[in-house]
Design a protein around this ligand. Sequence first.
Ligand code: GLU
Length: 333
Amino acid sequence: MTLRRLLLFLLCAIFITSVDAGAASKRIFVTIGTGGVTGVYYPTGGAISRMINKKFKQYGIKATVESTAGSVYNINAVLSGDLEFGIAQSDRQYQAYHGLAEWKKRGPQKKLRSVFSIHPESITLIASVESGIKSLQDLRGRRVNIGNPGSGQLQNSKDVLEAAGIPLSSIHVEQAKAVEAPSLLQDGRIDAFFYTVGHPNGNIKEATSGRLKVRIIPIEGPGIDALLRRYPYYAKTIIPIKFYPKAENTRDVPSIGVKATFVTSADVDEKVVYAITKEVFDNLEEFKKLHPAYAVLTKEKMLQGLSAPIHKGALRYYREAGLLKYINPALIE
Ligand code: GLU
């Protein structure tokens, strides 16, 4: 190689490296906190990230998904800046914003922002048939998984037990992750477990498809009616049994539930939140095909069930798309 050619080669190499570095510095990486891999949050994080990653050339955003302990973990990770986005139950969003439940000591989490709500989730109580559990009242003295710390369901199980007049001290409490609960039930190491989750999901399919027959237990009764009157975020739901043909039940199961919501922090870049909101809403029909739990979604419904102020990036999109009319004015800053 002549000296001239060598110089030319070196110049080219420097040029290519600097162009590459320029493109890389424009990339924005965001992570979405979800839940256990057999729940609905995990595929939901996947569905949202797919919508935005498709438009990488336009936005330069690369979204990835993390499996986590659930709602409470996600809210805290978003607030601390460890995650940019998280999926969290609507009741947990309410509690964090108002400084209740796990946030009682730390007070109201004013940086929390809502983006939109997603699928409905039902408090799902599932028990082995051989345990003889047929109603909430039969839980006394039994081994019950009420949910892991950091999950959404932990407080839901406590609320339901309290409403049914069953003190925690009267059951053998387990706090395993939802992803482990089906095998614990099938191995006879627990009698029942609670999971607040959208339907259908892999977890309840797994729990109902094993050697032991299992039954989904109704969450109902006068205590539950009182609970519904007391808390604004719980509503009656139905668990369609067609999703779980191997369960012992023959009819749909009444329960109560909340909604999954997509949350972020006031610190997250407006452009990023705008882009994600726009891609999900502009392509809602395509998004809905990504999971059967989204069948009921409409743009209007996706703006209900929120209690933290709407992030300004999302708000910009809702304003442009003429959707402000569906938003509680108290959430518009
Ligand atoms: N609702 C559960 C939680 O907040 C997660 C459900 C799911 O992963 O689909 O922890």
